[in-house]
Design a protein around this ligand. Sequence first.
Ligand code: GUN
Length: 289
Amino acid sequence: MAAKILDGKAIAQKVRDEVREGVARFAAAHGRPPGLEVVLVGEDPASVTHTRSKERVSNEVGIRGRLRALPAGTTEAELLALIAELNADDAVDGILVQLPLPEHLREHAVLDAIAPAKDVDGLHPVNAGLLALGRPGGLAPCTPVGCMRLLAEAGVELAGARAVVVGRSHLVGRPMAQLLLAQHATVAIAHSRTRDLRAICREADVLVAAAGKAKLIGGDWIKEGATVIDVGMNRDDAGKLVGDVDFEAARERAAWITPVPGGVGPMTIASLLEATLRAAEARVAKQRP
Ligand code: GUN
């Protein structure tokens, strides 16, 4: 069976259209658009590209998106002062600090300083805690939220399904597992120390690959009829962008598969826009007497 392609580009477009409508309604009701501040420290080329895209695409849907590009030598005190200023600014609904940070800055100290209600990346311990407890009202990381939307668009039944997440990062693997669990999947998290990764992957009805290793997952690791979500963005020896899954081999066995590029990638920013709108709506709802 040749898998059907889960087209992240098209689905991200649909999400952006939904957000554009919601943003217009919000702006009409509250006299201002939702505001998103993207903070970048340093000049890592991939981070520069990603943060510029976040600023551009947020403005395209009517969000007031702004990139704060700070020099690599910014001190932790300076960064924390900026975050405090953005926390206090009522026109700012979402704050995202691009990772990784330069080594002299402590990631925990920085992420913990963001007001949980504005933490559109879902990386503050309050939001991660709400997600882990299965409690509503928090914000979840954008990439796994985008993966869940892809699964929903494909109509994949998650209740009772065996899901395997390969990777345990705070940005993708862990929150992905929590989101799948919330939809009643039976979830395993595998990682670099997992024994017999192939055998575990072969059990997966839903396989989410977020290990960051080019073509780690071979075609014969895929269960017949599985749904494969590839979060990987790696360069192969020829410099080509490839995922964590051997796409050509895996598509022979899977029912659904995401391509790289054009799968999960476009969903991340679309989910960020959605989170910004949700954060704005939640903040004004809370301020109402
Ligand atoms: N760096 C790579 N992906 C992400 C992300 O989703 N959020 C943040 N803050 N930094 C990233």
